[in-house]
Design a protein around this ligand. Structure first.
Ligand code: CDV
Length: 305
């Protein structure tokens, strides 16, 4: 039986700092409806898709900061997204800021969930590679305070049986690290969904937007190719509270080729039929990981330099 999943990369334009959740969910639902009308079974939204990317600024007021976090998923306005997606039999990946209540207190993560076509949560991922710093740097035009606001994810890099295949998740900066793809590749991943919030300028380095866009595509295309998996990378784009954000959301084949890509910096869908069996060729040949890798040597090679 063919295993073709029609996927929508649901890019978002900027979200204003004071934009209510209801308004954001309305935008997510508009993209969802368009994807469903076009036959999509799975929609991928960006990292922190329910709010502005608040680590870009320092928030002193604890109540204001707390308002960016979801305490339960789904809850409040987000219930609508779950309901409308289930009605249309569309599953989704959603990035959000998570406040998790545990026996030893509250913990904050930059998280994503994988939701099935029936509206049930199949799995969760918590971002491991948190960029930025944990203190304010007043000399910069904007901050990245992810290390102040979030803890390092504690769920590893799980892969889930869903949509007829093996689905993995990553979040933004994770996409720059080859081990993220490889850890999922070793579990037979066939599609990696990942959302990102990436400024077009690096306040710490003299990098052109063109170079940064090249690096964005380079790491996702390499991860797809070297692990024979589809990769769906989805941006929050446009100018958000003065920060110019990268667009270019794209769907990448297991060969590393981009097959669909957003063209604007606003809310936009890029759609592709992702044939999960297209992973088989790479997984059986160059990237037959079980047969071709030499993990027993890698430690020794590092030690001997
Ligand atoms: N949200 C992110 O993880 N952003 C980083 C930036 C700060 C470099 C990224 O890798 O895109």
């Amino acid at each position: 039986m063919p295993r073709v999943v029609r996927v929508g990369a649901a890019q978002l334009g900027p979200i204003a700092r004071n934009e209510p959740r209801e308004a954001v969910v309305e935008r997510l639902c508009t993209l969802l409806h368009a994807a469903a009308d076009d036959g999509c079974e799975f929609v991928v939204y960006p990292e922190a898709a329910l709010t502005a990317f608040f680590p870009h600024w320092y928030i002193e007021d604890p109540r204001e900061l707390d308002a960016y976090f979801e305490k339960a998923m789904p809850s409040g306005p987000v219930n609508r997204l779950f309901r409308e997606a289930a009605e249309r039999r569309v599953g989704f990946y959603l990035g959000y800021a998570e406040a998790a209540e545990t026996a030893n207190g509250r913990h904050h993560f930059n998280s994503a969930i994988l939701v099935g076509r029936d509206g049930s949560i199949i799995g969760k991922y918590r971002k491991v590679h948190l960029p930025g710093v944990d203190h304010v740097r007043p000399e910069l035009p904007f901050q990245n305070l992810e290390r102040l606001y979030f803890e390092v994810g504690d769920l590893g890099f799980p892969v889930f049986d869903a949509f007829g295949g093996r689905i993995g998740m990553a979040i933004c900066n994770d996409r720059r690290w080859p081990e993220v793809y490889r850890l999922m590749g070793l579990q037979g991943v066939e599609l990696i969904a990942l959302g990102y919030n990436t400024p077009l300028f690096n306040p710490d380095a003299d990098q052109s937007p063109e170079l940064r866009i090249f690096h964005n595509e380079l790491c996702m295309q390499a991860g797809a190719y070297q692990n024979a998996t589809w990769v769906v990378g989805v941006a929050k784009a446009g100018v958000e509270e003065g920060v110019h954000m990268m667009a270019g959301s794209c769907i990448i084949k297991p060969t590393g080729e981009i097959v669909a890509q957003c063209k604007t910096s606003g809310d936009e869908l890029a759609i592709a039929d992702c044939d999960l069996d297209a992973c088989n060729e790479g997984k059986r040949s160059e990237f037959d990981l079980a047969s071709n890798r030499r993990p027993e040597l890698y430690g020794a090679l590092v030690e001997t330099g």
